[in-house]
Design a protein around this ligand. Sequence first.
Ligand SMILES: [Zn+2]
Length: 293
Amino acid sequence: MMTSGFHFMAISLAGILARASRCRRQNPVSSKPWRSTGAVIASASSLAIVFISLLGVPLSRAADAESTQPGFAVLVFSKTTGFRHDSIPQGVAAIKALGAEHGFAVDSTEDAARFTDVGLAPYRVVVFLSTTGDILDDGQKAAFERYIRAGGGFAGIHSASDTEYQWAWYGRLVGAYFASHPEVQQGSIQIEDRAHPSMSDLPAVWQRTDEWYNFRSNPRSTVHVLATLDERSYSGGKMGADHPIAWCRAFDGGRSWYTAMGHTPESYAEPLFRLHLLGGIESAASVAGGCVR
Ligand SMILES: [Zn+2]
């Protein structure tokens, strides 16, 4: 049972947040947008749901600027010619849900024939979602290079770094190539740049379960590292004391963001991981804060 005092506190908090911001982002644990809050407050039971949901959101979120524009379009590309992650459907669904909640359109494809000047032109960001192997032919690669040079955005997720090892330009775009991984286990991530949109919602030390990649090289000299793995927190790390796990960079006229996380289907249901993806996509689209490098 809710007390009347609890009612008042909930109403006040909802009112403060509603006045403070027409927040573009929404509660990651609820599909209801902030602006529907007033309509939702129709009964004590629904009010309780709203209040509990609000408690889970950092108040700093209320300071975010509003964007009423549908904004931009994203192409999610998940073609594989090597290992096939069974988390791809969940990844596609999560990005489509983020787009619906946050005002950008999302198309998904595994058809490399979409990689032409005309085919890529509608998109502000192309997401490589757990791609593997060699997935584009020479003409498609050239079209994607022109897309980035014209100011396009790239967001690579997980095995995007296990893709196109012989395409040197792509290697520089993504930042590093996958080398190996231990079994899926919990590990601790240290956030290095809390100002970046893909990091701003995360705790300073973020503990979660994933398949933790080792890379063929440390990308730090060419990218802006956003987060590192603490190899003391799990077994099988081979990068040493400096183990970048997410990063960004300006590259060849466009923008690149990469996270090595996202192996498991469960990842894409994690509210914090979804906010991590959202910030990465929005920064690659240059609608959120960009990369400092
Ligand atoms: Zn994996």
